[in-house]
Write a protein that binds this ligand. Structure first.
Ligand SMILES: [Zn+2]
Ligand SMILES: [Zn+2]
Length: 507
């Protein structure tokens, strides 16, 4: 690891062999050309053992700071004191106490608070002092004030930049500082826990809660403004407003942030048990949803029919996201009396497949769907504001085998009329491109002999041209006799032929 590219408070432990040591990698801590305490010595000299750290700490703390000291010397002395407090506090947090100082039972955060105080006193005298800034950041981190530590200026501040602030344009720098802080927090917490016997740092656990679901972050994502949420929670909030749920910064709803690697590894290292529990919960929810199918309550679509939809309602945006992560299928149904929201749902639904999906910048989706099969609506349940059904195939009542002469005659009539309709459309489509959509509906011709599928397909060719498409679709979907449906399809084809001959309504 290159010391110059390391975060300036990043610690690496010495190898476990030999004496138990720790060292600090950092760069640039000079104070007005001189060095501050022993921190600028070589790495080898930084590898001090417990006794040396404790003695240095005790020695520096015994020396009183005279008010008459010249400014430069006073800054150096404050930095030296902060440095020793940081080292000793870190030692207490990460390693078992040695007999020499265990009787004192010192409190690591109290010592770190002392270091914060001294570093801030030095910064009052020299606001751009890099060593004091670094020490303040390390001390803040030790008292677990990570957010403040992340906002300390980098070790080589530009002269124009004020102490304690970040360049406003450097959002990335803010994120990387926070990430470094979290990475070292992970190391510290992992060391502190040292196995399951040590109690959890509850304050850190609450920092890692998602502000939306109030559970431990699961697959955490961080917004450009720096706030973190579960990957699944953030888009659900953005369905209602395109602003950060915490600070209201405007956000692009389609730009889903990637999982934060640093946060994820922090969670895995420090809260493995809690994270496994969260993963189990999520898995159970996913399995429960996979056995059901979301319902889009608008109007029916017939099996084989194509439709383009603009999805803007928050609950249906959630539906499209869930579909696209799974089977790409949902069910379309209608209310018995559309317009009355409290009215009951129809008894059937059409399972549709999303064949195209385009996410819009404002979070809407443009989708294209094709009807696949008819379902019976059963076990309808509201989950997350979305209705779900347990899908079960709905088939017509059995027809006699071989088919009755009446059915065979009707099948032949429907096939003849459907073919005539398609031929007519093909003649007209060159001069009237608007007819292309009607011709597309004819593309999924059913297998010969599947009379039920034929009845849906033939009706789907022309139902949109009828006087009341919604009513006819509902009737067609709820019929349980193939013969009845073929009869209706045949009359719809006849009416459409008449319409197209007259040239009305179709452009
Ligand atoms: Zn959440
Ligand atoms: Zn925010």
């Amino acid at each position: 690891m290159n010391a110059n590219s390391s975060p300036f408070w990043f610690r690496i432990p010495c190898p476990p062999s030999g004496r138990d040591r720790s060292r600090t990698l950092h760069s640039g801590s000079g104070v007005g050309g001189s060095t501050a305490g022993s921190i600028d010595s070589t790495d080898d000299e930084d590898c001090l053992d417990h006794t040396t750290i404790f003695r240095d700490f005790r020695r520096v703390m015994r020396e009183s700071l005279s008010a008459d000291l010249p400014s430069g010397e006073r800054i150096a002395a404050l930095c030296a004191r902060a440095e020793q407090q940081v080292r000793f506090s870190h030692l207490l947090l990460t390693q078992a106490p040695k007999s020499e100082y265990s009787v004192l039972a010192p409190d690591p955060s109290e010592i770190a608070e002392g270091a914060v105080h001294d570093a801030e006193a030095a910064l009052k005298l020299a606001p751009t002092c890099a060593a004091a800034q670094r020490l303040r950041a390390e001390a803040l981190e030790l008292v677990r004030r990570y957010e403040e530590a992340a906002h300390v200026a980098p070790p080589h501040p530009a002269p124009a930049r004020e102490q304690g602030t970040l360049c406003p344009s450097s959002a990335a720098s803010s994120v990387s500082l926070a990430a470094s802080s979290l990475a070292s927090a992970a190391a510290a917490v992992a060391d502190m826990r040292g196995g399951d016997s040590t109690p959890l740092p509850q304050d850190l656990l609450s920092d890692l809660e998602c502000p939306l679901c109030l559970k431990l972050l699961y697959r955490p994502v961080t917004t450009p403004c720096g706030h973190s949420f579960c990957q699944a929670c953030l888009p659900r909030c953005l369905d209602h407003t395109s602003r950060c749920p915490t600070c209201r910064t405007p956000m692009n709803a389609t730009h889903a942030p990637a999982i934060s690697i640093t946060l994820q590894s922090l969670l895995e290292r420090c809260f493995a048990k809690e994270l496994a529990e969260r993963a189990r919960e999520e898995q159970e929810e996913r399995v429960a949803l996979e056995s059901r199918m979301p319902l889009f309550v608008m109007s029916y679509l017939l099996p084989g029919e194509h439709l383009s939809l603009n999805i803007f309602e928050p609950r249906y945006r959630l539906m499209v996201r869930r579909c696209m992560q799974g089977s790409r299928r949902f069910a379309m149904t209608s209310r018995r009396h559309p317009g009355r929201a409290s009215d009951e749902l129809c008894s059937a639904a059409c399972e549709v497949e999303i064949t195209e999906c385009v996410a819009q910048p404002d979070g809407r989706f443009g989708i294209h769907v094709v009807g696949r099969r008819r379902l019976r609506l059963q076990g309808v349940q509201d989950i997350d504001g979305l209705l779900y059904t347990t899908p079960s195939d709905l088939r017509d009542g059995a027809t006699s085998e071989p088919p009755s002469p009446e059915l065979r005659a009707r099948v032949a009539e429907v096939e003849r009329r459907a073919q005539a309709w398609i031929d007519r459309l093909q003649e007209l489509v060159e001069s009237k491109p608007g007819l292309r959509a009607l011709l597309d509906a004819a593309s999924d011709r059913p297998e010969p002999g599947d009379h039920e599928a034929l009845s849906f397909w033939a009706a789907g060719l022309v139902v949109r041209l009828s006087d009341n498409p919604a009513r006819y679709r509902r009737e067609i979907m709820e019929m349980e006799s193939t013969l009845e449906r073929l009869t209706l399809a045949s009359s719809l084809l006849f009416a459409a032929q008449k319409k197209i001959m007259g040239g009305c309504c179709i452009s």
